[in-house]
Design a protein around this ligand. Structure first.
Ligand SMILES: [Zn+2]
Ligand SMILES: [Zn+2]
Length: 239
């Protein structure tokens, strides 16, 4: 059974309070109506990879990259553009109060997915794996923290062991799209057969899409027929 996020949040029995200003939360989220309205929503985006597009873009628009060479995933759902104040929420989530911020970010993504009429639910959720060395430093995998409440809300299983990151890639920051693709190639290893036909990969931010593209390719090789990406935010530059 799929709950509305509000119903799901009520089960947690803690009143929603805005993380940014302290006012009463709205729609079951730890954000008030005003602060929610200030978030950079990704209203006009590529229908394949969720790359933010200009406001004048038609609803079914594809970005140039997806027209030339479509990615290995079928569709990326990303309700927000990466920018202020979301960048603060995401960095707080990764480096500070991970549970409250993670629940809020998962709520924003979950509400968005519930609004998508054509969003066919997957059979399995795969959080983007972290290499064990990164996991040791951070102490948790942010993608898994986002996947957990989404799995509960949509009543879907999460597999955190099917794919591992077998290589500690150098940071993708500062690399262009081509260099990111090269950096991430061969970084994941499938540890078994993908028994689900339809899988959703969960991540916090999709930057150029290289990481989720590589992961989608390996899941397809393992037997998945459809791979979607669920991300909280998509960056605007695709270089
Ligand atoms: Zn607020
Ligand atoms: Zn695209």
């Amino acid at each position: 059974m799929v709950y509305k996020w509000t119903e799901f949040a009520q089960q947690l029995a803690c009143p929603a309070v805005c993380i940014l200003c302290g006012a009463k939360g709205h729609d079951g989220l730890d954000l008030c109506r005003g602060c929610l309205g200030d978030l950079p929503f990704n209203h006009h985006a590529c229908q394949r990879c969720a790359l933010p597009l200009p406001d004048a873009a038609p609803e079914d628009a594809l970005c140039g990259q997806c027209q030339r060479q479509p990615p290995k995933f079928d569709r990326c759902y990303a309700p927000l553009r990466y920018g202020y104040p979301l960048d603060h929420l995401i960095s707080n989530f990764k480096f500070r109060d991970r549970l409250a911020q993670g629940h809020l970010l998962a709520g924003l993504l979950g509400n968005f997915l519930l609004q998508q009429q054509q969003c066919e639910l997957p059979e399995l959720i795969i959080p983007v794996p972290l290499h064990v060395s990164r996991l040791r430093v951070r102490g948790f995998n942010q993608a898994l923290e986002l996947a957990r409440p989404l799995g509960k809300c949509f009543d879907l299983p999460i597999d955190n062991h099917l794919v591992i990151r077998n290589r500690a890639t150098s940071s993708q920051m500062g690399l262009d799209k081509r260099a990111r693709g090269k950096n991430i190639r061969g970084a994941f290893e499938l540890k078994g057969k993908v028994l689900a036909r339809h899988v959703a990969i969960v991540d916090d931010v999709v930057t150029t899409g290289s990481t989720v593209n590589e992961l989608a390719a390996i899941l397809r090789r393992g037997g998945a027929e459809r791979v979607d990406v669920w991300a909280v935010a998509r960056r605007a530059d695709n270089r």
